[in-house]
Every structure is written in C-alpha cells, then in structure tokens.
Design a protein around this ligand. Structure first.
Ligand code: CA
Length: 236
C-alpha cells in the first residue's frame, strides 16, 4: 500500500483529500505544518507528499527545497498544492523541487490522476501495475508472483516483506541499492530497523525464488548493497 503524506493547514481540505485517497487505497497521514511534516518524514519516508504552498511558519516551497537538498529525501515525489493560479508561482514551485503542482480547487479525479502520473515516473513500486523482469512476473493487484518453468506457470510462495522487497527491486532493476536505501524505500523506516534485517529478507527472497530458477536475479554488490539484474556477468 502506498503511503501519502498530506501537508495542509486547512483542515477541511486536508480531510477531503485524505478521504478520497484512502478510498483509492492509499495509506494517508495528515500534518498541518512544515515542522510536523519534517518529523513525519524523518521517521517514515512516504511514497509521495502533497505539500501545500502556504503554511503557517515555513512555507511548503521552502520545505520542498530543504528536502531536495538532502540525499535521503532528494528523490521524494512531491506535488505542490497552491491556491495561487499565477504562472510565475507555478514555475517557481517546479523550480523549487516539486514534481507537479495542483491549483485549488481541484477535483478528486484530477488529484488521483496527478498522483498516479508522478508515482509512475518517480516511484513505480507504489502503483498496482504488474511488472516483469526475466520472465519473473509480479502482480500487486492479485499479490501473485509467477514464472513459467518448463512450459508450466509456477507461483512463487513469498512472504509480505519479501513481496514488497521484490516489487521495489523489479521496478528499479539494474541499479544498486544500499541497505539504508532499501530500509527507507521498502520498509519506510531507516531509524529503528537494523540494516542486517535487509540481509535476512534478501536471503528469504532468494530461497523463495530458487524453485522458479530466479534466485540469481538478486545480486549482492559487495560493499554497496543489492541489485536486481538479468546479467550476472558484471557481478562484482
Ligand atoms: Ca494553506
């Protein structure tokens, strides 16, 4: 389930957004100012932030800039919400680090369409779209992982954490992910969970993939982390 953080000081708007997003299957947290937003993101990295421009205290724009300046929050998908319709402000919002912006008032349908578009570009693991690498197919909608072996479609028996880990790796193939990055992106927590937890679940994931001859897809990159790759020739 995708986590969306809503940063909005107008409680009626925040509530309306939260209801619509929860109805669409998102896990939603709501905070009313930049400080609370920082605290929330420091604890759990969301898949996307809906960030109001005008907040009491630090502005949404300044917060977006601050997040973009930090390595951990740099890739955080951000949609800026603004009551202003001026083109100049919109451009400033995008320059300030937002991936997109929405001018209030907006329809729930438009909000969901923008969220899905940004997630597709920035965080495809947060969407319910099937993904396939090397014949290994994961379908978030049915929560099934399958692969054809000797002409027979086999289902992979896999735990919920391994499922999320595999989903993230399949949507970000050929890239090396450090243990800290995986904790952030898969577990949403880099503070209270130890890095060796990642190793435990990678081991379980490889075991789950062994019967369908796909354990080799998950590579260990010494000193760096893990990578999902179809070509093991370049493994270090
Ligand atoms: Ca506001």
């Amino acid at each position: 389930m995708s986590r969306v953080l809503v940063v909005e000081d107008e409680s009626a708007i925040a509530e309306l957004i939260a209801i619509n997003l929860r109805h669409a299957g998102f896990e939603v947290s709501v905070v009313a100012d930049a400080e609370a937003a920082r605290t929330s993101v420091d604890r759990v990295l969301p898949d996307l932030v809906l960030l109001d421009w005008m907040l009491p205290g630090q502005s949404g724009m300044a917060l977006a800039k601050a997040w973009r300046a930090e390595a951990r929050t740099k890739p955080l998908p951000i949609i800026m919400l603004t009551a202003r319709a001026e083109e100049g402000d919109k451009l400033a919002g995008l320059d300030g680090g937002a991936d997109d912006y929405l001018t209030k008032p907006f329809s729930p349908r438009e909000l969901l369409a923008r969220i899905r578009a940004v997630l597709r570009r920035r965080a495809p693991q947060a969407l319910d779209e099937a993904v396939e690498v090397g014949g290994l197919r994961l379908d978030p909608a049915t929560r099934r992982v399958t692969r054809e072996v000797d002409g027979t479609l086999r289902e992979v028996k896999i735990g919920p954490t391994e499922f999320r880990l595999l989903h993230f790796l399949l949507t970000h193939p050929e890239r090396v992910h450090s243990r800290a990055q995986l904790l952030d992106r898969v577990w949403g927590d880099h503070v209270f969970i130890e890095e060796r937890t990642v190793d435990v679940h990678v081991k379980r994931l490889r075991e789950a993939l062994t019967p369908v001859q796909c354990a080799h897809l998950v590579e260990t990159v010494r000193g760096a982390g893990y990578r999902l790759s179809q070509g093991s020739a370049l493994a270090l």
